[in-house]
Design a protein around this ligand. Structure first.
Ligand code: GZL
Length: 383
């Protein structure tokens, strides 16, 4: 609120001057209506700068006076493409709340990288105190992060990574390559235990160029190479259920009867792939012909693991809200913050056969990690 008030005052003066000479309408347009509940409760604003009225400025001044030191945070969220994303949005909005002294400006960028860059530029123009970004893709960021840096606005990155700039104060998220490596290590142990000699795998990948897609693909591919598995095809389902279904329908046309594993890079893609296999009469899961591997381990995903429809689900933890708040509070107190924070993420399986997996992780360290057999209590505790 500190910066926003001064910007509002400036904008109000600019608007009244423009009005005097017949300015064009700078009315804000709102982002694509967010499908997530949480996003609906928070007015989603977007790229176009809002038209500021004197009344708004007075209101802001009144609010700022009443609320003392409210911190304004601009959050450019990927979109609303998955159950995981809903949990991520809910987590950030619950933590960066008015009760916690935060005025959150939320923008649902609807999986559109250009809109996300524009949203960040608007936050800079508004003069927010902090910017939080979950980057749709991992490149194309250095210019706008330089602009935020020049404006003295700290940037916090959550979930996915930005790989072509280091102009942000902290990142909290997942080691996506380890997720892919763990999936490969589990599949190696699982087919050995089942006496399956051949792996003919199809991959439905996430949003192309997102660090989640890059990491999961790279990690799993290490096992494709080392175990000499046959990876028949890899196409993007864009982390959506519709995408997963469409890609699996296409795969069934081309490869029915020729594959025994499908790797879906998130649960929503797995739901779509399962619907397509069910419609085609192809059996899948614990008692089926096709082993189903998924990522995220959201509640609905773990329900399908419990039902034996998904054989293994590698969690990706979306609950970065509290970390975001903690980082902002530390920065406000002039404390240093960790540059990188990795989320803890369990690996879930349908069958009580393998106790753990051992693999060399992305840091080159050999690790042994437990496999959690899903029961109703595990589902009930999911995010
Ligand atoms: C991963 C996250 C991915 C999830 C998908 O951290 O960015 O995006 O795996 C989500 O469900 O859409």
């Amino acid at each position: 609120m500190r910066k926003t008030l001064s910007v509002l005052l400036t904008a109000a003066m600019a608007t009244s001057m423009l009005a005097a000479c017949g300015s064009s309408n700078t009315q804000a347009t709102t982002a694509a209506p967010a499908e997530t509940k949480a996003a609906e409760t928070q007015a989603a604003t977007t790229a176009a700068p809002a038209e500021t009225t004197v009344a708004e400025v007075t209101e802001a001044a009144k609010e700022a006076a009443a609320s003392g030191d409210t911190i304004t945070v601009g959050f450019a969220q990927v979109g609303h493409e998955s159950d995981w994303r809903t949990a991520s949005t809910n987590s950030v909005q619950a933590a960066l709340s008015k009760e916690n002294g935060i005025d959150l400006q939320f923008v649902d960028c609807d999986n559109d990288s250009a809109a996300q860059l524009e949203a960040v530029r608007n936050f800079i123009q508004q003069g927010v105190d902090y910017i939080v970004i979950d980057p749709i893709v991992s490149t194309g960021w250095d210019t706008v992060l330089t602009e935020a840096d020049d404006a003295g606005i700290p940037v916090i990155v959550i979930d996915r990574t930005i790989d072509d700039s280091d102009k942000y104060v902290s990142w909290v998220g997942s080691e996506f390559t380890n997720e892919g490596l763990a999936a490969g290590a589990w599949l190696k142990a699982y087919v050995a235990d089942k006496g399956i000699s051949e792996v003919n795998a199809l991959v439905i990948s996430g949003t192309t160029g997102s660090s989640a897609q890059i990491g999961r693909s790279n990690g799993f591919d290490k096992y494709v190479e080392s175990e000499k598995w046959n990876k028949i095809d890899e196409q993007t389902g864009d982390f959506t259920q519709e995408g997963g279904q469409k890609v699996m329908e296409s795969y069934l046309k081309s490869y029915e009867g020729k594959f025994n594993v499908v790797v879906c890079q998130n649960d929503n893609e797995a739901f779509g792939a399962i619907d397509a296999m069910k419609a085609a009469g192809v059996s899948y899961g614990v008692d089926g012909d096709v082993i189903v591997i998924s990522f995220d381990a959201c509640t609905a995903g773990l329900q399908k693991v419990l039902a034996g429809e998904i054989n293994a689900d590698f969690q990706c933890n979306p609950l970065q809200g509290p970390d975001c708040l903690n980082i902002i509070k530390k920065l406000e107190a002039g404390e240093t913050v960790d540059q990188k924070t990795f989320m803890a993420e369990p690996w879930y399986v349908a069958e009580d056969k393998l106790k753990d997996i051992t693999y060399t992780n992305n840091s080159g360290k050999e690790v042994t990690e437990p496999l959690v057999v899903v029961d109703q209590a595990v589902v009930d505790a999911a995010y």
